[in-house]
Design a protein around this ligand. Structure first.
Ligand code: HH2
Length: 403
């Protein structure tokens, strides 16, 4: 006799419930078992050894486990990174049990509850200055560079009439918002002055705002440009420095009530590719974005106005970009909507041996589909129609819904 056991994949709570329902499980059983069907791995950095030992004991008692560095039991190390290994149910139980524990573990319990909630229910709303973006499905941010030197579209749309025409094309192709930039941030690009950047973007933003109803964002890391752009009608500030380059930026964004995209970078575009080594790339990107998020919140930017972006190509080499793309889901640990910009970037050119950015569409679309599967809901792209179709198809597969 053969039973032919087979692998079952359940991606989330809904999928787990559906499987149990199909099996004919009692409703009480469905409640009990759903959270047992979802495996969760949670990494915590630099946990004091006494606390790590308690985590290990508690997880073992709950039928899970916690990986710690050798030497932790005897406390021969001051701290250890910890990987909690368990089902959603076990981790929820752990979080509750930590409430009575010493060494800061009660706080960890609260953080765990928050994290598990974010992972299960990623944010689906992003507010701008006056608009709300519904991110229950993917949205497309069309790129409009009013620069002479951007790596893909430089010099093409830096006059108002050309910019209006390009924006019109992107609207017709289904863009949900348009990102206007006045300074190239490609590797090695030199910074331009505030005056120069204002001259490039403000007339274009005014014209776009007068002509089109869709929301605009300004791609800048300068507070003076952000303030003028918000006054001219943009809804979002897209800061590739994640509030690192201009000390006035957090206040300016808070005062303008604009939405804020915080991107991770290490170093300025001019020199950011000189050092692309990280000890723990994804961990460092998440912790850099966490710092940016704290800075924004401290200045008074409302949390529902903030999205985050790992910054593909910014201080990362090809292997690093690919690693980040493999680990995109981990960015849900920040509890904010995810934006991604891979469009036509050089790592795709390296993979495919393609020097011309315009010829990198198919590679770009592969990253769009994978990003959507990982829960990214804002895609910053040059090729609006193709990206939108790839994103919506990928979304239909992973969500079972149709736009
Ligand atoms: N990439 C670029 C510029 N701005 N903003 C966000 N949030 N994410 C990105 O990945 C990102 C960005 C670089 O691309 P591009 O604007 O096309 O080129 P250039 O910097 O040469 O103008």
């Amino acid at each position: 006799m053969t039973f032919a056991p087979r692998l079952l994949k359940v991606a989330d709570d809904t999928a787990a419930r559906d499987e149990l329902k199909t099996l004919g499980v009692d409703p009480v059983g469905i409640e009990r078992m759903t959270a047992k069907m979802l495996l969760r791995l949670v990494k915590i950095d630099r946990v004091p050894c006494r606390a790590a030992n308690i985590l290990k004991q508690e997880m073992l008692a709950l039928g899970g486990d916690a990986a710690v560095a050798r030497g932790t039991v005897a406390c021969s190390l001051p701290t250890t990174d910890v990987i909690l290994i368990g089902t959603l149910k076990q981790l929820e139980q752990l979080a509750r049990r930590l409430g009575v524990q010493p060494f800061g573990l009660a706080d960890l319990g609260q953080e765990l509850i928050q994290l598990l909630d974010w992972l299960d229910k990623p944010a689906t709303l992003l507010r701008g200055r006056t608009v709300e973006l519904d991110l229950s499905r993917p949205r497309i941010m069309g790129i409009l560079n009013a620069t002479p030197d951007s790596f893909s579209d430089g010099g093409r749309y830096n006059r108002v009439d050309a910019a209006l025409m390009r924006a019109g094309e992107m609207v017709a192709e289904g863009a949900d918002l348009i990102d206007v930039g006045g300074e190239s941030t490609r590797p090695g690009a030199l910074a331009v002055s505030v005056e120069e950047e204002l001259d490039r973007v403000i007339p274009i933003i005014e014209a776009l705002h007068a002509e089109f109803a869709l929301p605009l964002s300004i791609d800048t890391s300068k507070s003076g440009v952000a303030a003028a752009a918000a006054a001219a009608g943009v809804e979002f500030v897209n800061d590739i420095s994640g509030l690192q380059f201009d000390a006035q930026m957090p206040k300016v964004v808070a005062t303008s009530s604009a939405g804020l995209i915080l991107m991770h970078t290490r170093g300025r575009p001019e020199t950011m590719q000189h050092d692309t080594k990280y000890l723990d790339l994804t961990g460092q990107v998440i912790s850099g974005l966490r710092d940016s998020l704290s800075r924004a919140l401290a200045a008074g930017v409302k949390v529902e106005r903030i999205a985050v972006d790992p910054g593909i190509g910014f201080g990362k080499d090809v292997a690093g970009n690919l690693e980040l793309l493999r680990h995109l889901d981990e960015l849900h640990s920040l509890g904010r909507p995810l934006l991604l910009g891979t469009s036509r970037k050089s790592f795709i050119g390296t993979i495919l041996g393609e020097d011309d950015p315009v010829q990198r569409l198919h590679g770009s679309l592969a990253t769009v589909a994978l990003a959507v599967a990982a829960g990214v809901r804002l895609l910053r792209v040059h090729d609006v129609r193709a990206s939108r179709e790839a994103a919506l198809t990928a979304w239909a597969v992973v969500s079972g819904q149709r736009p």
